[in-house]
Design a protein around this ligand. Structure first.
Ligand SMILES: *[C@@H]1O[C@H](CO)[C@@H](O)[C@H](O)[C@H]1NC(C)=O
Length: 478
């Protein structure tokens, strides 16, 4: 009885707070040294405010129809075998609370995840596929099975989806079974590291069987890329070299028809590699536009340029784009995740994904030849059974927690970064409830007082701490 009375008393207060939250501006910040972690900070004020002795900066957005750009689908990270192994080392209650923080508005509210189809470099040895068959040809795919690691992956994704029903899941293949390849192995050689087209139909059916098996374990996969980084042929980890026209032909003639005749409406996204070869997805689209209307990009080109996505959009305005992979590491800076999210969002991406969601405390498990410094957004101390959010988690959550699915990115100006590194970058969205969100990154080592003007005639000002990202949630324009 007592607890019921308290509940009844608390309910009207909570509703009042929610209404206030919508009417008043709010600000939340995370910074380089972790003093702020999605912390509520002083909200922006109307007008030009009082910068006092701080440096100042001007931003503007077009919040009217002419400024509307792409629609957001979500943010998240790659669920790798390393992630599954690390998470499953947690006690049950810790894993439950971690997943609630990742997948609901109690925390990051991630709504987009990528996962590895069997081995990637972030898998423990030995390398595997879902149909190894001892290396022997399995033309009927009768030995297909997810194995223990595949089942654990599917079950974790299903738990995530149960917590976040709006979750979109992308699956990406690192290598088909060795017997489908000219070199006969999943990893180990770069010579003849190509598909043997004798097995093109088995290769297509491999995707069908994977999608059906995951669905049987409770997770429907929304989209696939047929090959992670098709131009990256590397020994020591699962890779497959796929030429651009080969990729388009495989989708058009094999994978697309196989999915559809199995009754699967899974989307197929093109490319899944760096911004320096935009001709690759152009070729795939020209050959397989019947099945492909989305392009996936990674961040690793030495001359990486997110402007490539705007160029691509201008040529193909009906094609969706995502930033599907960029790493976070013990060696990347505090702003890495904010950088690889804000740049793509400024250039028509509908979402961004970190590599990887979780690892153990030793940046693994990973293949002996895999990445030794890829650190998850979450790290798990497998001995102690505890987890920790790294700075990269907070940087991703500065977007994912405050920008809902269906938010429309607004055209903006004023973002600039000096060649020395310091700068202010921002991206704004108009959310489905008509509140605008502005994410602002300050890479200067001093505080900066920012003034935002909107094309609908509003002005907002507020302080950004040194080396921080702040998210302003503004009231709906009148
Ligand atoms: C592809 O596989 C077929 C059937 O196993 C085999 O006869 C052929 O030699 C392979 N192609 C190459 C180039 O290795």
């Amino acid at each position: 009885m007592l607890s019921l009375a308290i509940t009844l008393l608390a309910a009207p207060m909570a509703m009042g707070a929610a209404l206030n939250a919508r009417a008043l501006p709010q600000a939340f910040a995370s910074n380089s040294d972790g003093t702020y972690k999605l912390s509520a900070v002083a909200a922006p004020v109307r007008g030009s405010g009082s910068p006092e002795s701080s440096s100042t900066w001007k931003l503007s957005i077009n919040d009217q129809a002419s400024g509307h750009k792409q629609t957001i689908n979500g943010f998240g990270a790659a669920v790798t075998d390393a992630t599954v192994a690390a998470f499953n080392a947690l006690p049950a209650d810790k894993l439950s609370s971690l997943l609630i923080e990742l997948m609901t508005d109690a925390g990051a509210n991630f709504k987009l995840m990528r996962h590895t189809i069997a081995s990637s470099d972030l898998s423990a040895d030995p390398v595997y596929s879902y149909d190894d068959n001892g290396g022997a040809v399995d033309a009927s795919l009768s030995s297909f099975n997810l194995g223990g690691r595949g089942i654990s992956m599917a079950l974790l994704l299903a738990r995530m989806k149960a917590l976040q029903p709006a979750l979109t899941v992308l699956g990406s293949l690192w290598s088909p079974p060795g017997w489908m390849k000219l070199n006969g192995v999943i990893d180990g050689t770069t010579a003849n590291n190509n598909l043997n087209h004798t097995y093109a139909s088995q290769y297509a059916q491999y995707f069908v069987k994977y999608l059906e098996a995951y669905r049987a374990h409770g997770i429907t996969i929304d989209a696939i890329t047929i090959q992670n980084e098709p131009l990256n042929s590397q020994a020591g980890m699962p890779t497959l070299y796929v030429f651009a026209d080969e990729s388009g032909n495989l989708i058009q003639q094999n994978v697309g028809p196989a999915l559809r005749s199995a009754g699967l409406n899974t989307a197929i996204w093109a490319y899944d590699h760096n911004t320096d070869v935009p001709s690759y997805p152009e070729t795939v689209l020209s050959k397989a536009s019947q099945y492909v209307n989305t392009v996936a990009w990674h961040c690793y080109a030495s001359n990486n340029n997110w402007g490539t996505l705007t160029d691509f959009h201008n040529k193909h305005p009906g094609v969706d784009q995502y930033m599907t992979e960029c790493w976070t590491s013990t060696t990347t800076g505090w702003s890495q995740a904010a950088d690889f999210t804000i740049g793509p969002l400024q250039n028509w991406a509908k979402g961004a994904l970190a590599w990887t969601l979780g690892t153990d405390n030793a940046q693994g498990p990973h293949l002996a030849g895999g990445c030794t410094t890829c650190r998850g957004l979450v790290t798990v101390d497998t001995k102690a059974g505890t987890y920790k959010f790294q700075v990269d988690y907070y940087m991703m959550a500065q977007f994912s927690k405050f920008i809902p699915k269906g938010a429309i990115v607004l055209d903006g100006s004023g973002s600039y970064t000096y060649s020395g590194g310091g700068g202010i970058q921002s991206v704004a969205t108009l959310n489905p409830d008509f509140t605008p969100t502005l994410v602002i990154e300050n890479t200067f080592s001093n505080d900066v007082y920012v003034t935002l003007t909107t094309s609908s005639g509003e002005t907002w000002s507020g302080l950004l701490f040194a080396r921080s990202v702040v998210t302003w949630v503004l009231p709906a324009a009148p």
